[in-house]
Design a protein around this ligand. Structure first.
Ligand code: ZN
Length: 316
């Protein structure tokens, strides 16, 4: 794979907010998923440390990024200066009339609400923590800040195409939501597609992205029967476009080079009744992946790849 070619992130030559392409050929990286463990479902090795780390803002200048302090305040004075987008007229475009829910994984405030996020919630196949802190780079850039930043960039791109976009959280609540509520938000919105944005916390040397697809789960209040096939379609298109937009290779440690994994232990997938996938954009614990994840220009490419995958799915 063209794995090392993108080590120094190079800015895309065109304008940052160019329209999402309506039709993009798959990059051919997405075949069948090999069932694998690991990933974001359980606290990765670095989670405990991540919970204690003080997130620091990425160094890349010139593009908006979440404020380093977390969680973002909800007071009126803070709201007026926060990174929250202002209401604006909806653009018309190819995705007008479509609804996309973006789920920024974790929450910067989770680390200060361990009791609440450790509450068990039903996920169909069992029970699991309400939410987790997520991981962080060794330098302390929190996954929860990464997910918010990519999600906001993704929202801007999709709204530019006319889509109605809902975020499950926007740095506007002290912790969570719990994984079951994250699923319900997508369901209640009647979303045409839902993407949960994450970055992994795996061993050094483990690199690349992977998209997590829902397994067929039925029981305990969960039934993914109807979403397995469309979610795979969504996931394959996101994986293919992510390769093309970022130059990143599929994970070298999960999914057998397909960039796809299938899991039945994630409440956010099990409880979804609309097409939904997770994406682990890279491994925060690997220094070379971390260099990408902390780059604002790379995060814009990541958002673009996800947006083009969603667009491709919705326009199919
Ligand atoms: Zn995560």
């Amino acid at each position: 794979m063209r794995y090392d070619e993108f080590a120094p992130p190079t800015p895309r030559p065109g304008p940052r907010r160019r329209p999402v392409f309506a039709a993009v050929a798959l990059a051919g990286a997405c075949l069948t998923a090999a069932g694998c463990g690991g990933g974001d479902g359980g606290p990765p090795p670095g989670d405990a440390k991540a919970g204690a780390a003080r997130p620091s803002a990425p160094a890349s200048p010139g593009t908006p990024s979440p404020r380093p302090s977390a969680p973002e305040a909800t007071s009126p004075s803070a709201a007026s200066t926060s990174a929250k987008p202002k209401p604006k007229p909806a653009a018309r475009g190819p995705l007008t009339g479509r609804t996309v829910v973006i789920d920024p994984g974790h929450n910067p405030g989770n680390r200060d609400h361990t009791r609440e996020i450790n509450t068990q919630v039903a996920i169909g196949t069992g029970h699991k923590e309400c939410d987790t802190t997520g991981t962080a780079t060794d330098a302390g850039y929190a996954e929860a800040l990464f997910t918010l930043d990519v999600s906001r960039r993704l929202r801007t791109l999709l709204e530019g195409e006319g889509a109605k976009v809902v975020l499950t959280q926007d740095g506007d609540r002290p912790f969570g939501p719990c994984v079951d509520e994250r699923a319900r938000i997508g369901n209640a919105a009647g979303a045409d597609a839902v993407v949960s944005v994450h970055a992994d916390g795996s061993a050094t040397g483990n690199r690349g992205f992977h998209v997590i697809l829902p397994a067929a789960v039925s029981g305990g209040g969960a039934d993914t029967t109807k979403i397995v096939a469309p979610s795979r379609e969504l996931g394959e298109r996101i994986a293919g476009n992510f390769v093309r937009a970022t130059g990143s290779a599929p994970s070298n440690y999960i999914g057998g080079d397909t960039g796809l994994d299938t899991r039945d232990d994630l409440g956010g997938l099990n409880l979804s009744t609309v097409p939904k996938v997770f994406i682990e954009c890279g491994n925060m614990r690997d220094p070379r992946d971390a260099a990408l994840l902390t780059s604002a220009s790379w995060r814009q490419k990541a958002a673009l790849g996800i947006a083009e995958g969603i667009n491709s799915y919705l326009m199919r």
